[in-house]
Design a binder for this molecule. Structure first.
Ligand SMILES: NC(=O)c1ccc[n+]([C@@H]2O[C@H](COP(=O)([O-])OP(=O)(O)OC[C@H]3O[C@@H](n4cnc5c(N)ncnc54)[C@H](OP(=O)(O)O)[C@@H]3O)[C@@H](O)[C@H]2O)c1
Length: 290
């Protein structure tokens, strides 16, 4: 089994390069090895590698920057997944892709289910939704994992930014009215590997329906960005803790609007694959232990 992995320098991509290696030969390419804005390169690489599984964690993830470069965001988040889907379909390969809570409009307080109506508030969310639709249209055997608030020990993320700023400033103002689940990139990669092991296994049983489609996949529980920051500081136990002031989103204007309700309901993942990611606090503890 050959697995083609994109975006191997990213948070999730870096972890996937390791967890997928027990399933087969992983051809892991970063943006220099496969530039997803280059449609010909995508077709050529897929044709050369002839993978049984394509895993695509690469994305334009700079949410605010995407507002001023929508064409680039669309090329990476929507057009490229569509081409990967066409190429996967031609080969009979499985396409695994990642999407986001930002496909929703953030209204209400209930966790969103996979089939709930979408309504992205920003360019990033809109282009990620276009990518999902292109995959659904282009490739029957697909798995799309929507996740939220991804962090890890490397890359650009809230955890690393907070740890740096907490050491530099006496006070930080942090939004407390956006609610979601911080998700450790390693847990996403481990769950993906377990699902791929199941999906390709005869032990899954021929009587079970095919699992292709969209799944929500986040660590358990919920918090605000302020709650996440407070947990980071409490677990780090610094000598001089920064004061963490809670502010509403209206006091922290950004180029991209963000949903207030980022809660995703993970019940389908548990029902179909028997997987439940640990609570976000436990995941944070494990990540900080590393
Ligand atoms: N980060 C989050 O909070 C979050 C939340 C919800 C969903 N997601 C989704 O989860 C997935 C993984 O996110 P992540 O946090 O691992 O993202 P990340 O750390 O920002 O990594 C994204 C990767 O995409 C690569 N990339 C960017 N432009 C590319 C191009 N033109 N060609 C090829 N590769 C390119 C980047 O390469 P370089 O390193 O070379 O720039 C980077 O390695 C994405 O689908 C994202 O939309 C993320």
């Amino acid at each position: 089994m050959r697995i083609l992995l994109t975006g191997s320098r990213g948070q999730v991509g870096w972890e996937l390069a390791r967890t997928l290696s027990t399933l087969g030969e992983v051809v892991a390419l970063d943006a220099d090895g496969l530039d997803l804005t280059d449609a010909d390169a995508i077709r050529r690489v897929v044709g050369e590698v002839r993978p049984g599984i394509i895993v695509n964690p690469a994305a334009h993830t700079a949410v605010d920057k995407a507002e001023s470069e929508p064409d680039l965001a669309r090329a990476i988040n929507a057009t490229a997944p569509g081409i990967l889907a066409e190429e996967a379909e031609k080969l009979g390969a499985l396409l695994v892709h990642y999407s986001t809570d930002y496909v929703f409009d953030g209204g209400g307080k209930a966790p969103r289910q996979e089939d709930d109506p979408t309504g992205p508030l920003n360019v990033y969310g809109a282009t990620k939704l276009e990518g999902e639709n292109a995959i659904r249209a282009g490739c029957r055997r697909h798995l799309i994992f929507r996740t939220s608030w991804v962090y890890g020990a490397r890359g650009a993320n809230f955890l690393l930014t907070m740890r740096r700023l907490m050491g530099e400033r006496p006070e930080l103002k942090i939004v407390d009215d956006q609610i979601g689940a911080p998700t450790w990139c390693r847990h996403l990669a481990e769950a993906t590997a377990q699902i791929l092991a199941q999906a390709g296994s005869p032990a899954r049983g021929a009587d079970k329906p095919e699992p292709w489609g969209v799944y929500h996949m986040t660590n358990g529980g919920e918090t605000s960005w302020h709650g996440f920051a407070a947990a980071i500081q409490a677990m780090d136990a610094p000598e001089k803790p920064a004061r963490l002031a809670a502010i509403p989103s209206s006091e922290y204007p950004t180029p991209a609007r963000r949903p207030l309700n980022s809660r995703l309901d993970n019940a389908k993942l548990e029902r179909v694959f028997g997987l439940r990611l640990p609570d976000w606090r436990e995941a944070l503890r494990l990540c900080l232990d590393k």
